[in-house]
Design a protein around this ligand. Structure first.
Ligand SMILES: [Zn+2]
Length: 96
């Protein structure tokens, strides 16, 4: 696994998303929910160092509010345990 792919894997792991094996042509990887295994998206490996962590950090509020991630709620719960204060703020920002 290349260094950038390992970095992408670690970034998504923090919010409860697993990087699957490479999909078409080896430049895209499927993202799977770590809670139930459902596919939640794709990510390309043409990222620069530290971009993957930045993307996940920017999307934190959306995971916290349940607007991104799996319908089973795994990423939402992961976000809550990672940063309860920011999680709470996201609930108010994006009321369900
Ligand atoms: Zn799930």
């Amino acid at each position: 696994m290349s260094e950038i792919v390992e970095e992408i894997r670690q970034a998504y792991a923090t919010v409860g998303i697993l990087l699957d094996g490479p999909a078409a042509y080896g430049t895209y990887y499927r993202l799977l929910c770590a809670g139930c295994g459902r596919m939640v998206g794709n990510v390309g490996d043409r990222l620069l160092p530290r971009m993957a962590a930045g993307i996940v950090t920017q999307q934190f509020d959306l995971y916290a509010a349940g607007l991104m991630g799996c319908a089973c709620g795994h990423q939402r719960e992961r976000a809550r345990s990672l940063d309860p204060e920011r999680w709470q703020a996201a609930q108010q920002r994006y009321p369900s």
